[in-house]
Design a protein around this ligand. Sequence first.
Ligand code: PLP
Length: 474
Amino acid sequence: MPPDKRQDLPDAVAALFPGVAQRVHVDQWLGGELQRASMRIQAGPVAPTVDMTAFRAELDAFTFERPRPLEEMLRWTIERMEQGIVQMTNPRYFGLFNPGPSFPAQCADRIAGVFNPQLASSASSPVPVELERHVVRAIARRAALPEDAAGHFATGGSESNYTALLCALTRAHSGFACDGARAFAGPVRIYTSRDCHIAWLKAAHQAGVGRTALRLVATDGRGRMDPQALRSAIALDRGNGAVPVMVVATAGTTGAGMIDPLHACADIARDERLWYHIDAAWGGAALASNRLRKVLDGIERADSITIDAHKWLATTMGCAIFITRHAHLLSEAFHASTSFMPSSVAGVDPYLNSVQWSRRFLGLRLFLALASAGWEGLGAHVERSVEVVERVKERLVGLGWTVANESALAVLDVVPPLELGPVRELVRRVVTSGQAWVAPTAFEGRDVVRICATNGETTLEDVDTLVAALNQRA
Ligand SMILES: Cc1ncc(COP(=O)(O)O)c(C=O)c1O
């Protein structure tokens, strides 16, 4: 094309790529608005207040025929978010493992969004890939895994656990990579406790071994996998011609924060020559605390582990870590070959080591949190949550509630006194009041109220508000 013709290119679409001055202006304005919204959220109701009929009608008006000003849309989005979600950043959210995210993690998201690095390949993103490897190694060291342990960041515990299953299957039979479940001499079996996170069923489904591959082993009456029941289940399956491949211990069960007997499970996996995975999606954060990490004693014996940074390590959503002591198996399970990728280094390039191909810069969230708080700061965050739950426990026990679980971590399962009525109705009252958020669940056959400290800024006043809401009669 002749040089003068280049000027004929249309301008960049200004609504999508505004000028620098406009971006700086919007950024500053947005930063202030978000902080003000955060303060309102902290003081406001935890439960959504949105009228969904009205919201759907409002959405119907978005036919996308007429562009609207970005600032108007940003203001609208913040308002709707303030009304339209359970507020994880509210310090009275004592809910599932979703954290109020740390500020360094939020900054990491902003940076990743601006640079938008492609972490599939080390040639495209040498610095981010190396930085993530560094963080993974630091976590592996903290878990006392061998120096050559390897891993990567994943979108969540489910992806990470699925990765573990693919590694286990790949090691169990050299034909699995090509022939899938057909390679095995009988139906595959995976063992975990009945209190596991039930996404394991999806992992079995995705891996092509079928949901019936999952054996849910009995617990010991205290929410932990019963090692004797595990041994018996494996023996029974072998006797019936099935092929056991993997034992999964949970370190921090979703319902009750219980830790399966990690050494006993490791012994059984070793004796039976099975892959040993520890799902420490939530509880793995205890590694950050010098005081609490001993509850994870035995984690160093795992073939692989899952830790979700987006749970107790308080990163923004979609940030897990998978680590294995068998680095070569990642390359075996996820290898691929193509000429268009900028680099193809086995053991280094994330697209050759993991489920994902294109990938976001997830590890920066944990790197910035760790770098700015240190292990000491991250440990103090974890220990603080345990303390919050201790305070809730003291107050509730004083008011006649019964503790159902004996977790050393930050989940409390409690049974209300009879006069407060059934658990599910009580939880509904608390949640609809907007004052606090807790969940109903079942623990060892009993309905319980599950209370988890997830927010790093919860105060004693918040604890008092929770306790008062829980004790409110119908
Ligand atoms: C023990 C455990 N494993 C796995 C998961 C699934 O993790 P994710 O929701 O990050 O996929 C959870 C989620 O709560 C969990 O508690």
